[in-house]
Ligand binder design. Structure first.
Ligand SMILES: Nc1ncnc2c1ncn2[C@@H]1O[C@H](COP(=O)(O)OP(=O)(O)OP(=O)(O)O)[C@@H](O)[C@H]1O
Ligand SMILES: [Mg+2]
Length: 210
């Protein structure tokens, strides 16, 4: 069977990843495409437990511990969900994936890039996104959206409560990833209405969508 397609959604908190993933999933389903959506950290029972550990404001995992936890959840997600779906020809949309570790644990937490890259490769076992979209929005605007969003509760504030400089470092690191791999990684301007951003998302997926 034909191998499916794998699209990942990246960017700082509140930039609109989840909103755009849901819009794209519904766009594809209307066209009869079988879509699997997932998220990181999470996406499997083990991964969702790891997510709770990572986002718990009572715990303060060191940067390297944060990376190990993320990679553990990622390895499980690739093996149990993403690789099987791609092998059966499905479209997989993931809310964050390996590039998040490069931007957060590498770029912002300053772990060596080669370490993050090496663990990403181990966890991903050869699975590479066909296209990665980075939603680019002013940091203050994005964090404002994230804080106003109804689902924001104490348990997912650990990253959102990082200082502005942290989020700027993440955003900067994401831009570097797009420059380094222009064929895979596209920056999508995330200003404007969800529908406007959706149109830009479709344009950025030229050649990947059916
Ligand atoms: N284009 C937009 N214009 C205005 N508000 C938006 C837009 N896109 C998303 N929002 C709103 O902004 C908030 C954050 O969006 P969303 O949850 O999609 O971001 P996210 O990148 O998934 O954030 P997180 O990383 O924290 O999960 C939500 O309340 C959402 O409804
Ligand atoms: Mg989200």
């Amino acid at each position: 069977m034909a191998r499916g397609r794998f699209i990942t959604f990246e960017g700082i908190e509140g930039c609109g990843k989840t909103t755009q993933l849901l819009l794209l999933a519904s766009h594809l389903r209307h066209r009869g495409v079988t879509v699997v959506t997932t998220r990181e950290p999470g996406g499997t029972p083990l991964g969702e437990r790891v997510r709770n550990v990572l986002l718990d404001p009572q715990l303060s995992p060191r940067p390297l511990v944060e990376l190990f936890l993320l990679e553990a959840a990622r390895a499980q997600l690739v093996a149990d969900v993403i690789a099987p779906a791609l092998e059966s020809g499905k479209f997989v949309l993931s809310d964050r994936f390996a590039d998040s570790s490069l931007a957060y644990q590498g770029g912002a937490r300053r772990l060596p890039r080669a370490t993050v890259q090496g663990l990403n490769e181990l966890a991903c076992a050869g699975v590479v996104p066909d296209r990665t979209l980075i939603f680019d929005l002013d940091v203050e605007l994005a964090l404002g959206r994230a804080r106003e969003r109804p689902s924001t509760s104490a348990d997912n504030r650990r990253f959102e409560d990082e200082v502005l400089a942290f989020h700027r470092a993440v955003a900067e690191s994401y831009r570097g990833l797009a420059l380094a791999e222009p064929a895979r990684v596209a920056i999508v301007d995330a200003h404007g209405t969800p529908e406007e951003v959706h149109e830009r998302t479709l344009a950025a997926l030229a050649g990947v969508l059916p």
